[in-house]
Ligand binder design. Sequence first.
Ligand SMILES: Cc1cc2nc3c(=O)[nH]c(=O)nc-3n(C[C@H](O)[C@H](O)[C@H](O)COP(=O)(O)OP(=O)(O)OC[C@H]3O[C@@H](n4cnc5c(N)ncnc54)[C@H](O)[C@@H]3O)c2cc1C
Length: 416
Amino acid sequence: MGYSAFRIIREGLTGNKGWRPVWRTPEPKSRYDVVIIGGGGHGLTTAYYLAKNHGITNVAVLEKGYLGGGNVGRNTTIVRANYLLPGNSEFYSHSLKLWEGMEQELNYNTMMSQRSVLNLAHSDGQVDAFARRGNQMLLQGDDAELLDAGGVRAHAPFLNHDNQRFPIRGGLLHRRGGTARHDAVAWGYARGADRMGVDLIQNCEVTGFQITDGRVTGVETTRGSIAAGKVGMAVAGRTSQVGEMAGLRLPIESHVLQAFVSEGLKPCIPGVVTFGMGHFYISQSDKGGLVFGGDLDFYNSYAARGNLPMVEHVMEAGMSMVPMIGQAKLLRSWGGIMDMTMDGSPIIDRTPVDGLFLNGGWCYGGFKATPASGWCFAHLIATGEPHEVAAKFRLDRFATGHLLDEEGTGARPNRH
Ligand SMILES: Cc1cc2nc3c(=O)[nH]c(=O)nc-3n(C[C@H](O)[C@H](O)[C@H](O)COP(=O)(O)OP(=O)(O)OC[C@H]3O[C@@H](n4cnc5c(N)ncnc54)[C@H](O)[C@@H]3O)c2cc1C
């Protein structure tokens, strides 16, 4: 049964006894047509679109912990389509369109809120770069507005407009960007996939691959062997570890990224604001908490927790641009594991092992990619061909040097 206002009222009046678990808890079968490793946002959307777009329903999602317990439930929930380079631009544009229809499609309240994303510019060169980026966004069919200093002041009066070191010269406003409730996105796609017959199997860690004559035939798990026609990896921060089990040495490093939330406040921040020069970004959740984050912790790690020097660094960056946050109490902080590629762009591709497909390298930005990532990964797994909006997310670009270097970090590690 679907969710509706009528149903909420009826359940409220009858003691809320009619609600049922949102997905089944099946035992793993001995064989599936497709096994997806990882029950995060990307794994769940892939399973959903395999069933919905391609009619492939004999699918299992294997999750070592609980659904949505990874980065999909740990991020700062920013959704946007403000990329510059062909390859990224059309992909994130497609993703934003899927976000806009997600709640209707899933019959699930993901609290998608297009409350805007504002990138601050602090030099004339940065204003020029934002003008170029904004033009590319418009050419892609998305929205962009270049604000001058007065426009930024009117939009976000609470910023430190008199900062001597980082004077605000303007900003790039993307009104269709915003935030969504991250774990509701995982739950909504999980429910949708389950309803079409996908088995969502929790507490089931993949510990190895069965590979015969260069072709994957199944996986080893903590709940036994499972045969598979095809296998898709969507394990985010664990991409290099899981890839190694199949003999893949991937151009990915795992790093910790922390996030923070304050006590609940009355509405005071209109949308997302990013302060790239100090590496700080902030928004306000529907409950009123200020949600913010900053840099990576800058050491390789698979531990989903951060360190205190980075806490101090993020607070300093925040205080320099949004001094009013100093009045708020910090409620909690947490960390997630980012799978960083050397050029800052992701991978959705085949691997050298037949039948084994890779979805990873989402760096800081995989939440907003969630629907399109699943859409395109499902297309690749089902048809064997890359989807047109993800055609540049190739694994071999790191060997050929045809990088998709959105951030200008280059091909070297430790410069993300
Ligand atoms: C603090 C923080 C802030 C962020 N902010 C943003 C943001 O504002 N906007 C944005 O777009 N992106 C953001 N991101 C990035 C985004 O969260 C990730 O890129 C994205 O969630 C990764 O994809 P996923 O959801 O599939 O990952 P996950 O949810 O991590 O899913 C991967 C799953 O694979 C499982 N797994 C791993 N190994 C195995 C195994 N061997 N067997 C079975 N299962 C396995 C894990 O348990 C996990 O559940 C942020 C990330 C962090 C940590």
